[in-house]
Design a protein around this ligand. Structure first.
Ligand code: BGC
Length: 770
């Protein structure tokens, strides 16, 4: 869409000329097939959309603005499509069923307008990649882009046109379950991941072969839900909103995202889905967004629940007026039920409706759906069985893992030393938990668990035995359990629980080494999965303590989407590997990492708290009263986190030196170059993520102690040294000031730190002159 805007300006210049001399252009019939078609010009797309709009009735237009789930509304989906009341259907994964409904729309409606099929393709379609928080931990936007383009290819092959991703909500409270779906706490890393995912899903332009539409969500502030409670209100200062929560959305818009989802919750007293300032002033006026906005599910009707709209008509009008183009709903849409009357009553205008529908039609035109509405039903099988996809998934899982601890060089394991290996924990042999939440089209039989991969790895060289040890479960069930078809294990009786626990500890005692896979089940993380505690669930902690007490070496592998309270483990377990929910190839990736066939190089995308009472805790806080007395913030606990933002170890070791700034002083709009040498000081090859942090010492507003403003993941051979360059530009020093209610760039002294995490100590300084 970057191209899109450039073209738009270009066409505003030539449009009049073209209209006179090239009228045939407007017809744009007989377009080539998507595979060999290039990006359609804005002019052609607009002309086609306008031509269609002229032929549409009001009901047909409002129909395009309605998106319904394929299940659960008690109404006949087909009937509604046939009557022209549906523009998009979500939650279908089967190409034959998709084609069937598409036929209903194309053959059965007056204007033959095809449907858009949407689905939450969050971290893979059939081949499942690590969950987004894990992919963010790779600090490798190119890898993330490739992963999402594989996801797009598989989804498109099944007939899906549109994903509801990426989720770019900044999350600083890990009690919030949806932290797993985003890139963590930092706006700079979050913005890089947002743009990479948009490029991955959408390709070079809207309608690129084998790609789909992206939908950046949830606009905006959902990650700041009070108390980490899902769907609760967010109260965000304008400083935090502009400087922290909005930048990843802006980055996605700049990367050309074509759709955006309005959030469920109330933002500073105005529900996001009825928030005209957000959806119109910021998004359309300020950011020049030209695509369309879809509401989150039932979020239009829920404007009444918020105590904002007085009835369903008011809800529809206010969401529509705020800028929601399409309403997502389980049952009837408030738009379908109310907007026709509202138009008749003069409460909205037909040109407003046209403006809302036009970008929806444009997206369908750009995707080539009018010429090629159906999917080749044999394509899905070929595409999703592509071994290259599995290789990408393996690579992604390896690059996403974060090594948190490795005392005495326990890892990588020396294979010959361990002839009997115990594999313990409820996640060690669970396919469904290895892939994580938001998996609807994956085939869990394709997923490789840690236990399976380990057996494969050691073959006849060692004996590997598994014991689950404990069961873990939510107190209240997840609404997703039914959808993701998770087979529930029957709950153990008290005596069975005691036996299983004892069997696991005994197995550890009789083995040379124990690999424990602990954390949270996949349904404990994600939507509707907030938690008031960060403890290891159930009796996992007790099992860990009992196993460590056997005195045998223990490797702890964590599968989770949020930081957990692992203070005890961090002191008593020699090796801890954060694997997230690593996806289809998860077990293979973990085994490769612990045996040294791959080297961990991921870094934490959030600050890891010691316990839940420290939450929210993030590195980019402001310096306030008594900064040198940081250890006095609590009397019962350190003020520092367990692991800082950006932290992660490797089997290799690295050193940083020779920090150089190209100039000691710059003018406000000038850039400067920062370079640093990073050296692998070990005998092993490995990756380091070089991170650059900036701090403004004084100004119109007070600024955070440090902020990430550059990073690069670098591979280094043993003893190799590389010089890494960063550019610090004007944008890196511009921020929103609550003092002036505007963007400012101050002249000030700046500190620069470069290193391997947010506590980096290699320091330089420069001044910005007026
Ligand atoms: C979630 C969205 C999701 C939608 C459709 C909602 O409950 O908040 O993130 O895209 O459902 O599945």
């Amino acid at each position: 869409m970057k191209h899109f805007r450039v073209h738009r300006r270009f066409f505003s210049f030539v449009q009049a000329v073209s209209l006179c001399i090239l009228p045939v252009l407007a017809e744009a019939q007989n377009l080539p097939a998507p595979a060999d078609r290039n990006q359609l010009s804005d002019f052609v797309v607009q002309q086609r959309a306008d031509k269609l709009l002229k032929q549409m009735t009001t009901d047909e237009k409002i129909g395009q603005m309605s998106q319904i789930f394929v299940f659960g509304n008690g109404l006949s989906v087909e009937e509604r499509i046939r009557s022209g009341r549906v523009g998009s259907v979500l939650f279908m994964t089967d190409p034959a069923q998709i084609n069937h409904l598409q036929h209903v729309a194309v053959d059965g409606t007056r204007l033959h307008i095809p449907l858009l099929f949407g689905l939450d393709v969050i971290h893979g379609f059939r081949t499942i990649f690590p969950v987004p928080i894990g992919m963010a931990a790779s600090w490798d936007p190119q890898m993330v882009e490739r992963a999402q383009s594989v996801a797009a290819e598989e989804a498109r092959a099944a007939g899906v046109h549109w994903t509801f991703g990426p989720m770019v909500d900044i999350a600083r409270d890990p009690r919030w379950g949806r932290i797993v779906e985003g890139a963590g706490e930092d706006p700079y890393l979050g913005s890089a991941m947002a743009a990479a995912q948009v490029r991955g899903f959408q390709g070079q332009y809207i309608g690129s072969p084998n790609h789909i539409l992206a939908c950046v969500k949830h606009f905006a502030g959902y990650g700041a839900a009070e108390g980490g409670r899902d769907y609760d209100e967010s109260d965000i200062s304008d400083d935090q909103l502009w400087n922290v929560y909005l930048p990843p959305f802006k980055s996605a818009v700049d990367a050309g995202v074509v759709t955006l989802m309005s959030a469920y919750m109330d933002l500073n007293g105005v529900p996001a889905t009825g928030n005209k300032w957000l959806l119109h002033d910021v998004l359309r006026e300020d950011w020049h967004f030209k695509g369309f906005v879809v509401s989150d599910n039932e979020a239009v009707k829920s404007l009444q629940t918020h105590g904002f709209a007085k009835d369903s008509t008011d809800a529809a009008i206010r969401a529509f007026d705020a800028g929601v183009n399409m309403e997502m709903a389980l049952g009837k849409t408030a738009y379908g039920e109310n907007l026709p009357e509202a138009l008749k009553a003069g409460r909205i205008t037909i040109s407003q409706i046209d403006d809302a529908v036009r970008p929806i039609l444009e997206a369908k035109i750009r995707l080539g759906l009018f010429e090629h509405p159906y999917v080749d039903e044999t394509l899905a099988k070929k595409t999703i069985n592509d071994p290259e996809h599995r290789a990408e998934a393996l690579h992604s899982a390896e690059r996403s893992a974060v090594l948190l601890k490795n005392d005495g060089g326990l890892l990588p394991l020396q294979a010959s030393r361990y002839k009997t290996i115990a594999v313990l924990g409820p996640l060690a042999d669970s396919k469904v938990d290895t892939t994580g939440s938001w998996v609807f089209a994956g085939d869990s039989s394709e997923t490789v668990t840690v236990f399976e991969a380990l057996q494969q790895e050691v073959g006849a060289e060692a004996h590997v035995e598994y014991a689950q040890g404990v069961q873990i479960a939510r107190k209240f069930p997840s609404p997703f359990d039914g959808i993701s078809k998770v087979k529930k294990q029957a709950a153990w009786s008290e005596s069975q629980s005691a036996e299983e626990f004892a069997r696991a500890v005994q197995l550890a005692g009789n083995s040379d080494l124990t690999i424990m896979v602990l954390g949270e089940a996949q349904n404990m993380s994600g939507e509707d999965a907030s938690r008031s505690s960060l403890a290891l669930p159930g009796k996992e902690e007790q099992l860990l303590e009992a196993v460590v007490a056997t005195g045998k070496p223990v490797v702890l592998v964590l599968m989770n989407g949020r930081p957990l309270d692992i203070r005890w483990a961090s002191e008593h377990v020699p090796a801890i590997l954060e694997a997230w929910y690593p996806g289809t190839q998860g077990g293979n990736a973990i085994v490769n990492l612990i045996y040294g066939k791959a080297v961990p190089g991921g870094k934490l995308p959030f600050t890891w708290p010691r316990n839940v009472g420290q939450v929210p805790i993030f590195y980019a806080h402001n310096t306030t009263q008594a900064p040198s007395a940081q250890d006095k913030r609590y009397w019962n606990e350190e003020s520092t986190p367990l692991y800082p933002f950006g932290f992660g170890m490797s089997y290799a070791t690295f050193s940083f030196s020779n920090l150089q700034l190209s100039k000691p002083e710059v003018k406000t709009n000038e850039t400067l170059d920062v370079s640093v040498d990073v050296e692998n000081t070990s005998e092993m090859a490995g990756d380091e993520v070089v991170q650059l942090y900036l701090h403004q010492q004084s100004g119109t507003s007070s600024r955070p102690v440090r902020e990430l403003k550059g990073f690069r993941r670098v591979s280094l051979s043993p003893h190799e040294k590389k010089t890494i360059h960063f550019t610090i530009g004007k944008d890196d020093r511009t921020y929103w000031s609550s003092a002036t209610k505007s963007w400012v760039i101050d002249s000030s002294q700046f500190d620069v730190w470069v290193g391997g995490d947010s506590t980096a100590s290699l320091h330089g300084a420069f001044s910005v002159l007026p």
